[in-house]
Design a protein around this ligand. Structure first.
Ligand code: PHE
Ligand code: ZN
Ligand code: ZN
Ligand code: ZN
Length: 282
């Protein structure tokens, strides 16, 4: 897999920050900053040759949007899907939550296309709306699929918060979660091991969009660099950073800006995503 350029991801995060700043400080469901975020990601994918589709739904009296992007090629009966939520909370611009996952999967998608690699699996990417209102967009997408179309999605990878300022390196637990994939877990762990980074398995439960896919029986996995939980002394010993402080002290706050990012965590996770996409789709 190619090394994903962290500066490209940072440029995307600057763009999402600008969108929030120009639209009342957030990119939340029902606010103009969310639709502007969708339009901006879509334009980049269209220019690169993806087949994109915007799916609409209604929640709390406002229109919500999901962006689905298919990379031409691969076996349409054997799909690897990669996603993350693009909406923020209303309190702030949502750059770590979840500009990071959104921009990282965007750059992995663009790198996959640019590589010219002939993946045996078909690659599909999703940017979800209204995750912050309860996994609304991802649930709408999964429910919109026929039983046959659901069964074509063999694995769903989810990325929600990958650049936390006081990061941990968490991999979604495979065996202990509904439809958690031990194979995906192991592929992600192996990547971090190869770059000398220790990981912990985490029970994400219903806290992000993978849960919508799990409810449909689709195998899931992902990574996470931590939110409101406090880093322990043992975790600071293995990962650096500050014990006694949250992984992301700006979680769901106005200070979740481009200043709220650990670039090393952002880079390592993006490269882990690419490694895993190449490993699972080839
Ligand atoms: N989904 C949570 C949010 O958007 C963040 C989170 C991600 C929590 C992954 C746990 C695990 O607020
Ligand atoms: Zn990189
Ligand atoms: Zn959130
Ligand atoms: Zn999130």
């Amino acid at each position: 897999a190619p090394n994903i350029s962290v500066s490209a991801i940072q440029a995307d995060l600057n763009q999402l920050q600008s969108i929030a700043t120009a639209n009342g400080g957030n990119r939340a469901h029902g606010r103009p900053g969310f639709k502007a975020s969708i339009d901006w990601v879509k334009a980049k994918l269209d220019a690169a040759g993806f087949t994109t589709r915007v799916q609409t739904f209604t929640r709390s009296g406002a229109t919500g949007y999901n962006l689905i992007a298919d990379m031409p090629g691969g076996d349409l009966n054997n799909i690897l899907m990669v996603g993350g939520h693009l909406d923020s909370v209303t309190a702030g611009p949502g750059i770590n939550d979840n500009g990071t996952g959104s921009a990282s999967i965007l750059e992995v998608a663009l790198a996959a296309k640019a590589s010219g690699a002939a993946f045996s699996k078909h690659l599909r990417f999703g940017w979800w709306g209204a995750e912050e209102l309860g996994l609304v967009g991802s649930t709408f997408y999964v429910n919109s699929l026929s039983t046959a179309d659901k069964s074509k999605i063999k694995t769903y990878l989810n990325f929600d918060m990958t650049g936390s300022p006081n990061p941990g390196y968490f991999v979604y637990a495979g065996a202990s979660q509904p439809t958690g994939s031990v194979a995906v877990q192991q592929t992600l762990v192996n990547y971090f091991t190869s770059i000398g980074v220790q990981t912990e398995l985490t029970e994400v439960g219903g806290r992000s969009d993978h849960a919508a896919f799990a409810r449909a029986g689709i195998a899931t996995g992902g990574t996470f660099s931590g939110a409101e939980v406090i880093k322990t002394a043992a975790q600071a010993t293995k990962w650096g950073g500050t014990s006694g402080v949250a992984f992301d002290r700006c979680y769901h706050r106005s200070c979740d800006t481009t200043a709220n990012i650990n670039v090393t965590s952002l880079d390592r996770n993006a490269d882990a995503i690419a490694h895993t996409v190449w490993a699972l789709a080839s």
